[in-house]
Design a protein around this ligand. Structure first.
Ligand code: C2O
Ligand code: CU
Ligand code: CU
Length: 481
């Protein structure tokens, strides 16, 4: 009797082990298969095994079942990341080791954020480009002390766009961003839904967070202030991988590009100088695609482009570069059915009415390195520089002055609103600058006139998005009442 039971038990145990083994094998095989497909293309074409594939940040899970309400959790944490192969780099990330997930929301949605700070330092999470009230903006006044939870709530009320989030605490913004704190926000609306553009996230709709970094021999980041122009690195990361590769089929591919560098401008072009279509700037779609063969993008700015890979042959290798510097590589695969298009018209943009402007303000961006100022002074957390009435429309004339130290441009950013560019040095802006913007590059000795409406109450920052300049005081704050 006993013996029989022992035999049956052994039999059941055996079958269980075999079943578990088979399931494991099957799953593994699937993973390996997709990895081999990626690698075989690279090895054939590039002949190297040391290719880093472009990481695609995960979409953050919405924890709320209600279609009109979203709950998102972010944990700000320390980690270690393998960029270099043989050593680990101490890094910071949201819900991971480096960078963060993509938060996808839709216009009209109520969003509740739950941000837990597990760093050994305070932080804040600023939603760059999001039109929300001051207390929800995540600027220097919304410090999240270590170990605590910050839970802002807001309604998404702006057009489809690619925004981003990053820390904004006084004194540690630049270093926290450098160590990895940055993530993307994708806003969708009825227009982005209706357009027949590539919009399958991770498939033909790909984020590219471009950053420059430097490393020490032990693998740690080398955050050294060449304080003149801010911190410039010698190594390019895209989505947290060094000059990675993406395999693409012969289809339209949409890229949501963020310049997440602390200080560096990029002038992005394809290695064959072929054209691509810019479809969006910081605040959403342009009226129509802008065909260009170079895209200038300064820190904080975003642009969406569509590259038509159907003009290439299988096996072609195309680099994305900035000047002589490699950013990343595209390896072209086979033909594949593509139902997307680059439409002639994207959206209708209402020009903000200049005659409704109630004041004209001047912003002077001066200096370099630590010697920077905005309108002749440095940032003071306890000083409100401008008072603005709710819904007021204003014209701002932003200028950069050359100093004895030379001349340089500054990417100028305003929180909590999307503005329009009226002119650049007295000339009409280019067609790719006629959409909504929250950050505009003001070149050396340039004057850029913008028109802006303040539709949200509270205290908001405006500053140079070279993070070292911001830290050194090239920032002011306005209060909308
Ligand atoms: Cu991207 Cu004040 O921020
Ligand atoms: Cu911002
Ligand atoms: Cu600056």
């Amino acid at each position: 009797m006993n013996k029989k039971w022992v035999q049956i038990s052994i039999l059941i145990l055996g079958i269980t082990i075999i079943v578990i083994g088979l399931v494991g094998l099957y799953n593994n095989r699937n993973v390996e298969q997709s990895e081999t497909i990626n690698q075989s293309i690279n090895q054939d074409v590039i002949g190297s095994k040391d290719v880093t594939m472009l990481p695609i940040p995960a979409l953050l899970e919405d924890e709320n079942d209600d279609e009109n309400i979203a709950d998102f959790s972010l944990v700000v944490q320390q980690g270690k990341t393998n960029f270099l192969g043989d050593v680990l780099t101490p890094t910071l990330g949201y819900n991971g080791n480096f960078l963060g997930p993509v938060i996808k929301v839709k216009r009209g949605e109520i969003v509740n954020m739950h941000v837990r700070n597990k760093l050994s330092d305070s932080t804040s999470v600023h939603w760059h480009g999001l039109e929300v009230s001051g207390p929800d903006d995540g600027g220097p006044h919304q410090v999240i002390d270590q170990g605590t939870l910050w839970e802002p709530s807001f309604i998404i009320d702006q057009q489809a766009s690619t925004l981003w989030f990053h820390p904004h605490v006084i004194g540690t913004t630049s270093i926290q961003v450098y160590y990895g704190l940055a993530g993307l926000i994708i806003v969708e609306d009825e227009f982005s839904d209706a357009l027949n553009i590539p919009k399958d996230y991770g498939v033909n709709d790909i984020p590219l967070i471009i950053q420059d970094r430097s490393f020490n021999n032990d693998g740690s980041f080398n955050y050294t202030t060449n304080m003149m122009n801010g911190v410039i690195g010698d190594t390019i990361l895209v989505n947290g991988a060094i000059t990675p590769t993406l395999n693409v089929n012969q289809i339209n591919m949409r890229f949501r590009i963020v310049n997440g560098s602390n200080a560096r401008n990029f002038n992005l072009e394809l290695s064959d100088q072929k054209e691509f279509s810019q479809i969006a700037s910081d605040g959403g779609f342009l009226e129509k695609p802008y065909v260009e063969n170079a895209l200038f993008i300064s820190p904080g700015e975003r642009a969406e482009i569509i590259v038509d890979f159907s003009r290439y042959e299988e096996g072609d290798v195309i680099n994305l570069q900035s000047g002589n510097e490699l950013i990343m590589t595209f390896v072209v695969g086979g033909k594949s059915k593509d139902l997307t298009e680059i439409p002639d018209v994207l959206v209708k943009i209402e020009a903000i009415d200049e005659s409704k402007a109630t004041s004209i303000k001047t912003i002077e961006l001066d200096g370099m390195g630590h010697m920077v100022s905005l309108n002749g002074r440095k940032f003071d957390m306890n000083r409100i520089d401008d008072n603005v009435e709710l819904n007021a429309i204003e014209i701002w004339e932003i200028t950069t002055n050359s100093t004895m130290m030379g001349r340089m441009g500054h990417p100028f950013h305003i929180h909590g609103t999307q503005f329009q560019i009226l002119s650049r040095n007295g000339n009409e802006p280019g067609d790719n600058e006629k959409g909504f913007k929250d950050t505009v590059f003001v070149g050396p000795d340039e004057t850029v006139r913008i028109i802006v409406q303040f539709k949200n109450k509270g205290v908001f920052m405006y500053h140079c998005h070279i993070l070292e300049h911001e830290e050194a005081g090239m920032m002011g704050q306005l209060e909308v009442k």
